[in-house]
Design a protein around this ligand. Structure first.
Ligand code: MN
Length: 212
């Protein structure tokens, strides 16, 4: 069984499989297609430099690269003055979820997590939130559909919770799709803390237009 088939079989066992990076000794013209088909998120040609490998691992896990981490540390603390917000994080990837929850917790926010869209809807029924961070690709109900359902429930109730999309693919057209589903803003992964806090500040301070 080759690496592609192995990756496919691993992915079929569990939707919460950690990201798979393929190591290859030669590149072939259909690599990109075959990787996408087997849900391999990245690949590297051997011999692999350790710094390159480390950066790629950090990238697929949604962590900033070492250069970016260094840049963040050099920046003055531009983090939000806002603290103590009640935030729902809907994200099916455990690594990303932990990273975001830790980041928000460090800034004094009160965080509830949902592992998928269904859990997010339960959380919304039970709790009120100042802002929701919503992954787009989730099992059962994805982020776009969950957002549509939340907006449906809110309509008439006279409230509108800001929703920020978290998306792995910063593709053209994604932002429009998010906004059309009723989201307010969009942050692409890997998540940069400064950007995330800026967007949270913006969506929680803007007067929100209530649905008519
Ligand atoms: Mn996801």
């Amino acid at each position: 069984m080759d690496g592609f088939e192995t990756a496919r079989q691993i992915q079929s066992i569990d939707s919460a499989t950690p990201p798979i990076i393929m190591l290859r000794s030669i590149g072939k013209s259909d690599d990109a297609f075959r990787c996408r088909d087997a849900e391999i998120v990245a690949w590297l040609l051997k011999p692999v430099r350790s710094s390159e490998l480390l950066d790629r691992i950090r990238e697929v896990l949604g962590a900033p690269s070492l250069q970016e981490t260094a840049a963040e540390q050099l920046e003055p603390d531009v983090a939000s003055a806002l603290t103590g917000l009640r935030i729902l994080v809907a994200e099916d990837n455990a690594v990303n979820r932990t990273m975001v929850v830790r980041l928000l917790g460090k800034h004094g926010h009160d965080v509830r997590v949902a592992n998928n869209g269904r859990e997010a809807l339960v959380a919304i029924d039970e709790d009120a939130f100042d802002v929701i961070l919503m992954d787009i690709e989730m099992p059962e109900i994805d982020g776009l559909e969950t957002t549509r359902l939340i907006r449906e429930r809110e309509s008439g109730a006279g409230k509108r919770t800001p929703i920020i999309a978290l998306t792995a693919h910063a593709m053209k057209g994604d932002e429009e799709k998010c906004l059309a589903a009723g989201m307010d803003a969009y942050v692409s992964k890997p998540i940069h803390p400064t950007t995330l806090f800026e967007v949270i500040d913006r969506v929680t301070s803007e007067p929100v237009a209530l649905p008519s």
